[in-house]
Design a protein around this ligand. Structure first.
Ligand code: HEC
Length: 158
């Protein structure tokens, strides 16, 4: 009986690990709010998809390259931008409701989009079905080719 249980436990464990690996790609990391966070960035152009107030989170793997403005980001580098609506608080612009989350995750296999997975999420972190090549890459490709397709700059970070 003991043996049966341990085999079942193992199977469950392996099952869980396998599922985690498959799902890790393009999934919003749980701990990203602990990463280095930019100051509030305000975009007042209503035509921009980033209209609102956003913060950029940068993980440890990406930070050294981000700091130097280089292009050779190591595998596993990640950027996440969280966007909020703009709320007027007595003439001051402050973040309102969370409106969108976007992520870039370094994976050299993602060659169509410059070696990054571009993923969009709803405010509660579910994939929003945007297509990285069609909906994301054009801007990043056009203006940030020499910086590994990362548009923001460390100089504006803090
Ligand atoms: C209209 C052009 C445009 C489109 C389309 C666009 N982005 Fe961006 N993205 C930007 C700009 C500009 C910034 C820099 C914002 C800043 O400096 O604060 C940025 C920044 C980011 C960042 C932070 C890292 C960086 O490059 O600075 C991520 C992550 C990101 N975008 C992901 C996405 C994803 C995912 C999509 C598609 C769902 C997308 N973007 C579509 C223009 C765009």
């Amino acid at each position: 009986m003991k043996k049966v249980i341990s085999i079942l436990t193992l199977a469950t464990l392996f099952g869980a690990v396998g599922a985690a690996c498959a799902a890790e790609q393009g999934k919003l990391p749980r701990n990203y709010e602990n990463w280095d966070k930019s100051k509030a960035r305000v975009i007042t152009d209503k035509k921009s998809m980033f209209y609102g107030i956003h913060y950029i989170y940068v993980n440890k793997k990406a930070m050294p390259t981000y700091k130097t403005g280089g292009a050779n980001y190591p595998e596993g580098s990640r950027f996440i931008a969280v966007n909020y609506t703009i709320k007027d608080e007595g003439g001051k612009q402050v973040p309102g409701k969370k409106s969108m989350i976007v992520m870039m995750q370094r994976d050299k296999k993602a060659q169509e989009t410059g070696g990054w997975h571009f993923v969009g999420f709803t405010p509660d972190g579910k994939p929003s079905g945007l297509d990285g090549k069609r909906d994301c890459f054009s801007c990043h490709e056009k203006d940030a080719k020499d910086r590994g397709f990362v548009l923001s700059r460390y100089a504006d970070f803090k």
